[in-house]
Design a binder for this molecule. Structure first.
Ligand code: NAI
Length: 508
């Protein structure tokens, strides 16, 4: 059993930049005396002024009492030299992202702090095992990975290197909890949890864009309005900055010995080469210059309501369609028809949820030329937009009936080119695949990965819980079809998903 550090224990933070200042704020707010050190003269004192101003703002807004704000501010002290950290019980390093520089710092720290002092790095991409290799006592080093902005983001990844003592990780976990954070344990592997499992959110969208599936605004809208993601992948990459996002992707890819799962995109390389870094340079996928207007998603104009709608089975999508059509006063019939993957028919059209094949292949395989595929939505009852793809064999009248049905149910419809897995389904399947591999490879447990993705990158649902609700057999089919279509190892199905399908289990 471990426990959180006592509130009297001194916490030292090295690096008073965006992250270090945020972490110092969290520790001081958590009740600890905090020493802040930066090798840029005046930087620590300036950061402390900023933190005190934030505490005062919180008091002004009634979130804390004025006394609490003053007391928390008074717990912060700027120090100038490493030796000033002699009495620290925990040192959190948030300096430049460079292995040698971090190793040098921790080696120097070992000569200053007491034997029981825990050393932690806020690194987001450097191996904790590698940093620890330079230390006499690597067992006392762990990762304590906060997310930006640290005072607001609840998630903290507690990262254990090969030599990290379990009690050290346990104490950090308990301490982060005591600070009001939601910690998760992770093993030190490239990208830890969040920066690894999030890769497909960007990678699949970039792949669909590369293949001309749709434009950025349409794909972003589908991810927001059907996937319930807070931001679409392109607007999110523009916000993060392509230099940063491309560097993370490339470093995870290299760290996994060029595993095609993580293959970076030439589109993003081009943006970086061009200096189109996103919002910060006023140009990325979108144009942020003054006067520039944001492109709108492509939406099929309103079509006639079909008269002969039949809904099949009891899937979540069929149930939601029934409720939405009913609410809009649109007539339909239902059939329980067992063993069919048809979601609905309207006129001559047959609608199905995508299973990772193209609509054209589905039409061919099922001998149903008038096939229209519908994308995944997190919740078909509340989604406002759906992506569809139409088989090459499908005649226009049938396609219009299918789209008209979805419009009659109140969806804005975006017709994508006939790419496999549409956008939300292939993205979520690949997020779940990566999450499952992280669990299968002992990086973390299933609860941790879902918590990490909800709190670290604000996903509307953990990828494994989402895969459970889609059905692991369907997720596995989607991945299998993507692998078949592309013939790339990138889409190989996680052994854990395969196992769970055969064992009729899921991740709950
Ligand atoms: P930053 O550039 O804003 O701040 C770094 C600070 O460290 C600077 O004030 C610099 O003067 C100081 N510094 C550099 N070398 C030093 C040394 N040897 N001794 C003392 N001070 C030194 O960087 P940021 O963004 O705060 O990142 C810090 C660390 O946190 C990096 O390891 C980064 O990968 C990690 N991180 C960053 C996140 C982000 O979104 N910015 C998120 C999570 C982790």
């Amino acid at each position: 059993m471990t426990q959180a550090l006592s509130k009297h224990a001194v916490v030292a933070v090295i690096g008073a930049g965006a992250m270090g200042a945020g972490i110092a704020q969290v520790a001081a707010f958590g009740g600890h005396p905090v020493k802040l050190l930066d090798n840029r003269p005046g930087a620590a004192a300036q950061a402390i002024e900023g933190i005190r101003a934030r505490f005062e703002k919180m008091a002004a807004r009634g979130k804390i009492s004025p006394e609490a704000a003053t007391a928390a501010g008074a717990r912060l002290q700027a120090v100038a030299q490493l030796v000033d950290l002699f009495d620290a019980a925990l040192v959190v390093e948030a300096i430049v992202e460079n292995l040698q520089v971090k190793q040098t710092l921790f080696k120097a720290l070992e000569t200053v702090v007491s034997e029981g002092c825990i050393l932690a790095s806020n690194t987001s991409s450097i191996s904790i095992t590698a940093i620890g290799a330079a230390l006499t006592g690597p067992q006392r080093l762990a990762g304590l990975h906060f997310f930006n902005p640290a005072p607001l983001m609840a998630l903290v990844e507690v990262v254990s290197g090969l030599a990290t003592a379990p009690e050290v990780a346990g104490t950090l976990y308990d301490t982060a909890l005591a600070w009001g954070k939601t910690p998760v344990h992770a093993r030190s592997t490239p990208g830890f949890i969040v920066n690894r499992v999030a890769r497909p959110y960007y990678a699949e969208a970039l792949r669909v864009l590369t293949e001309g599936g749709a434009d950025c605004a349409t794909l972003d809208a589908c991810c927001r309005e059907a996937g319930a993601f807070r931001m679409g992948p392109f607007e999110l990459m523009d916000m993060i900055g392509h230099d940063v996002n491309f560097a993370v992707t490339s470093s995870v890819w290299r760290a996994f010995f060029n595993d095609p799962r993580f293959l970076p995109s030439l589109i993003q390389q081009d943006l970086v080469d061009a200096g189109f870094l996103g919002k910060k340079s006023s140009r990325g996928f979108y144009n942020y210059q003054e006067g520039a207007s944001k492109p709108q998603p492509v939406t099929v104009p309103a079509l006639a309501r079909p008269h002969d709608i039949v809904l099949y089975g009891q899937s979540a999508a069929a149930q939601a369609l029934a409720l939405r059509l009913q609410a809009n006063g649109v007539g339909f019939t239902r059939t329980q028809a067992m063993g069919t993957t048809t979601l609905a028919t309207a006129g001559a059209a047959s609608l199905r949820i995508t299973d990772g094949r193209t609509a054209t292949r589905c039409a061919f395989d099922s001998q149903t030329p008038n096939t229209v595929l519908v994308d995944l939505a997190l919740d078909y009852q509340t989604a406002t937009r759906l992506a569809v793809s139409v088989a090459t064999q499908c005649d226009d009248r049938a396609a219009n009936c299918a789209i008209g049905l979805l419009q009659a149910a109140g969806f804005a419809v975006s017709q994508l080119q006939d790419i496999p897995g549409l956008i939300v389904m292939r993205t979520v399947a690949m997020l779940a695949n990566e999450a499952a591999d992280a669990v299968n490879q002992g990086v973390c447990d299933a609860t941790a990965v879902d918590t990490a993705m909800r709190l670290g990158v604000n996903y509307p649902c953990g990828p494994l819980a989402w895969a459970n609700s889609i059905g692991l057999a369907h997720v596995s089919t989607v991945l299998g079809h993507l692998a078949q279509t592309y013939g790339e190892d990138r889409y190989r199905t996680s052994p854990l998903i395969q196992h769970h399908v055969f064992a009729a289990k899921d991740f709950s």
